[in-house]
Design a protein around this ligand. Structure first.
Ligand SMILES: [Zn+2]
Length: 133
């Protein structure tokens, strides 16, 4: 894709995409987006780490009206979308979710075009035949 990441610090890698969080070497708290200080113990001994590419839907809702700025609706007009929290084990990540899901569904990280020039991230449901038991 020719587009660029809306914020490259969100990603540890793009192919396949993985998010970049940070983990505290003192107390073990993991956060996303990555932070320079630990919100758990205020320590500065935090290490960047790639987060798992798969998780489960912790909860979700449908955004049925355009959010306040800085959100920009596409030129074609606002379309409702799903947002939720995805449980990646060590951390819950707030994210757009592509398609229909229910709580507990297994989802995987994907790239989401937000304009012709930029992409961000989302999670999408793992096709049932690809779910490991
Ligand atoms: Zn800490």
């Amino acid at each position: 894709m020719d587009a660029i990441a809306i914020d490259e610090t969100l990603f540890a890698q793009l192919d396949p995409p993985l998010l970049s969080g940070s983990g505290c070497a003192e107390c073990g708290v993991v956060v996303f987006p990555a932070a320079d200080r630990c919100p758990g113990c205020a320590g500065a001994n935090v290490v960047r780490q790639a987060l798992p590419g798969r998780g489960t839907v912790w909860t979700w809702t449908r955004q049925s009206f355009a959010p306040k700025p800085p959100f920009e609706a596409p030129a074609s007009g606002f379309e409702p979308f799903v947002v939720g929290y995805v449980d990646l084990g060590a951390v819950l990540v707030e994210s757009r979710i592509v398609g229909e899901v229910v709580i507990g569904d297994q989802v995987e990280l994907c790239l989401l075009a937000v304009s012709d020039a930029e992409f961000s991230f989302a999670f999408e449901k793992v096709a049932s035949e690809r779910v490991a038991s």
